[in-house]
Design a protein around this ligand. Structure first.
Ligand SMILES: NC(=O)c1ccc[n+]([C@@H]2O[C@H](COP(=O)([O-])OP(=O)(O)OC[C@H]3O[C@@H](n4cnc5c(N)ncnc54)[C@H](OP(=O)(O)O)[C@@H]3O)[C@@H](O)[C@H]2O)c1
Length: 241
C-alpha cells in the first residue's frame, strides 16, 4: 500500500489533493490544525468509498514545539510528503511584529523542512520517494504587503533545488508546485471587485481551482515522474510570467 503524508490536508487545496490521491489508491496521513472536524468527515467518507485504504488524522499546530515529534511518531511507512499547509499576512514589511514573522516562518518553511529531515530515511525506503512543496508564484515575483510570505515561498524553491541533489541517489524527488491565484478562502479578504481585477490580469481568464493544482501534484507522484527533480512548476494560467 502507498502512503502519503499531506500537510494542510484540511485546507482548500490540501483537501482536493487528498481526495484525488485517495481516488488513485493512496492511503493518507491527513494533518490539520484548527479544522479537524473537516478532516474527520473526509476520512469517514473516504473509508466508506475506499475500504481497502487507510486514512489517519494527525492534529498538529506548527507553532507548538511538540508538533514534529507528534507527526513523526504517527508515521510508520511513507512514500510521499506533500506540504500544502500555509499562512500569509497582509501588511508592510516594516510593520510585521516578530511574533508574526516567527509564525510565518514556522508554518511555511521551518516545520516542513524539519519534518523532511526526520522522514528522509523512511522516504528512502520507498525507493520512489516523493516530496512536493506547495509554493507560490510570489516566491518568484514577490508581492508587496506579503514580503515575508514571498521570501519563504522563494526559499522553498531554493530548498528543492539544493536538497534534490542530496537525495536523488535515494530515489527521492523534490519539487515545488507554485500556484498563481487559486479560488480558495485564502483569497477571502479580496472584494468581488478586486477578484474581478485579478481575474482580468490572468491570461487564462480565470483563477485556478483546486484541481488545477492537484493535477500536477498527482503527476509528480507517479513512478514515471522519477526524472523530474529540483524544479518549481508555476501553475498560474500565464499570470505574472
Ligand atoms: N489560495 C491561493 O490563492 C494560493 C496561491 C498560491 C499558493 N498557495 C499555497 O497553497 C497552500 C494551500 O493554500 P490554501 O488556499 O488551501 O489555504 P487554506 O485553505 O487556508 O489551508 C491552509 C492549511 O494550512 C494549515 N495550517 C495553517 N496554520 C497552521 C499551523 N499553525 N499549524 C499547522 N497547520 C496549519 C491549515 O490547517 P487548519 O485549517 O486545520 O488550521 C490548512 O490545512 C499554501 O501553502 C498556500 O500558501 C495558495
Amino acid at each position: 500500500m502507498k502512503w502519503a503524508l499531506i500537510l494542510g490536508a484540511s485546507g482548500a487545496i490540501g483537501q482536493k489533493i487528498s481526495y484525488d490521491l485517495a481516488k488513485s489508491g493512496w492511503s493518507l496521513y491527513l494533518q490539520g490544525n484548527q479544522h479537524l472536524d473537516q478532516l474527520q468527515k473526509n476520512a469517514a467518507d473516504w473509508r466508506c468509498q475506499f475500504p481497502k485504504q487507510d486514512f489517519l488524522i494527525i492534529a498538529a499546530d506548527f507553532n507548538q514545539t511538540d508538533c514534529i515529534s507528534k507527526i513523526v511518531e504517527s508515521i510508520f511507512s511513507i512514500d510521499a510528503l506533500i506540504a500544502a499547509q500555509g499562512i500569509t499576512d497582509y501588511r508592510l514589511f516594516s510593520q510585521v511584529p516578530k511574533a508574526k514573522f516567527d509564525q510565518l516562518l514556522n508554518v511555511n518553511l521551518k516545520v516542513p523542512l524539519l519534518l523532511i529531515q526526520q522522514l528522509q530515511e523512511k522516504l528512502a525506503q520507498s525507493q520512489n520517494g516523493r516530496i512536493v512543496l506547495i509554493g507560490s508564484v510570489y516566491g518568484k515575483r514577490g508581492s508587496a504587503m506579503e514580503v515575508i510570505y514571498s521570501t519563504l515561498k522563494g526559499a522553498l524553491s531554493a530548498f528543492a533545488q539544493a536538497y534534490a541533489q542530496e537525495v536523488a541517489s535515494l530515489g527521492i524527488t523534490v519539487n515545488v508546485i507554485a500556484p498563481g491565484a487559486v479560488n480558495t478562502p485564502m483569497l477571502a479578504q479580496f472584494s468581488a471587485a478586486n477578484k474581478e481585477q485579478l481575474r482580468a490580469q490572468i491570461p487564462m481568464g480565470r483563477l485556478a481551482e483546486g484541481e488545477d493544482i492537484s493535477y500536477w501534484v498527482h503527476a509528480l507522484l507517479s513512478p514515471q515522474a522519477q526524472y523530474l527533480t529540483g524544479q518549481t512548476l508555476y501553475i498560474t494560467g500565464g499570470w505574472l510570467e
